[in-house]
Write a protein that binds this ligand. Structure first.
Ligand code: SAM
Length: 325
């Protein structure tokens, strides 16, 4: 891949980034996770990693002054950039003046407030390539995955501590309800590390760029094998049912992790009457899948959570509708 800078020098060279910030009198805001990439080779590596082609319509969350946009827009069909900070979006519009509305669209808004079902449909977005702001890195992934099926591949640069939470496996110290939910929608493909010195200002931790891919199937094969197909056939055919199934399942997972360090059974019992009434059933199910009643939620994989949930699903959904358990 060869790129041509918008100007004679790439935005991501340290001297040009400093020049832009100085020229516009910008003070970077920590609350918005404004750590810009200042290594053009690393940005080119991200573009290669994301395997961008002329059919790709790319969502970029947190475009800043356009360091990443400049590298990726030439290979893609369109870039839909989102930026919350109006002083940066103003500069971005000036830098990309000739390309705005033709190849690059800028949404000046909080990425957490957008509706990705509408945006993905309106623009035809299929990939997300972003250097994500620290605070929203985890929730924005879950938000996009839950709102649209159209965006299938995420090539996101995130700080290592966040990555450890996002990619945690059962038994890891960071494994929690969020890991289970993200795993429900998507899986890790591959990643590469980026040193903290490639950012300005330099953060306290290194980062990684990770490829996360949306799962093609609503439920994993390993779960489908174990369930009577008749029980699931309606859900698998109907998108509305899938959404309500997912909402109830996520609520169940949150209840399981309500007291993360406690045994699953105790954590659930503390959540309310429904679980107390069904305690023996849940214990029998745990045993059926090879776990004792002393098991803690952090030891359980997505598949086992799904199997547990599918066993109590009908009663559970009924209770959720009737009362707050
Ligand atoms: N894309 C640039 C780069 O690679 O150097 C900047 C990335 S910087 C890590 C994150 C950017 O996200 C900042 O420009 C910040 O202002 C923006 N941002 C932070 N919170 C946001 C939000 N809720 N919605 C949209 N943009 C946000």
């Amino acid at each position: 891949m060869t790129e041509k800078p918008i100007n004679s020098t790439y935005i991501s060279t340290p001297s040009r980034t400093m020049e832009i910030l100085k020229h516009f009198g910008i003070k970077l805001r920590k609350t918005y996770g404004q750590n810009f990439l200042i290594d053009t080779n690393v940005l080119k590596k991200i573009a290669n990693f994301a395997n961008i082609n002329e059919k790709d319509i790319i969502l970029e969350i947190g475009s800043g002054i356009g360091s990443l946009t400049e590298i990726i827009y030439q290979h893609a069909k369109k870039i839909i950039a989102v930026e919350i900070d109006t002083s940066l979006s103003g500069i971005f519009s000036q830098i990309f003046e000739g390309y705005i509305a033709e190849k690059i669209f800028l949404i000046k808004n909080d990425a957490m407030k957008l509706n990705y079902s509408e945006i993905a449909d309106n623009y035809g977005i299929n990939k997300c390539v972003s250097n994500l702001p620290y605070k929203i890195a985890a929730p924005i992934l879950l938000k996009i995955l839950s709102e649209t099926q159209k965006i299938t591949d995420f090539y996101v640069t995130i700080q290592k501590d966040i990555a450890e939470r996002i990619l945690a496996k059962p038994g890891d110290k960071n494994y929690n309800a969020f890991s289970v939910k993200l795993n429900f929608y998507s899986h890790f493909v591959k990643s590469f590390a980026i040193s903290r010195s490639c950012f300005y200002p330099k953060p306290y931790v290194d980062s990684i760029t990770v490829h996360i891919k949306r799962n093609e199937r609503f439920l994993p094969n390993s779960v489908l094998y174990k369930i009577n197909p008749l029980i699931l056939s309606d859900i698998l055919k109907n998108y509305e049912l899938q959404i309500s199934f997912t909402q109830d399942f996520f609520r169940f997972v949150e209840d399981c992790f309500y007291h993360r360090r406690k045994k699953l059974i105790n954590s659930l019992s503390l959540r309310g009457g429904f679980y107390k009434d069904n305690e023996q059933k849940i214990i029998r199910m745990l045993e059926k899948y090879g776990f004792s009643e002393d098991t803690r939620p952090e030891e359980i994989s997505l598949e086992i959570f799904l199997l547990l949930f599918l066993n109590i699903k009908d009663e559970y959904s009924y209770f959720l509708k009737k009362e707050d358990i």
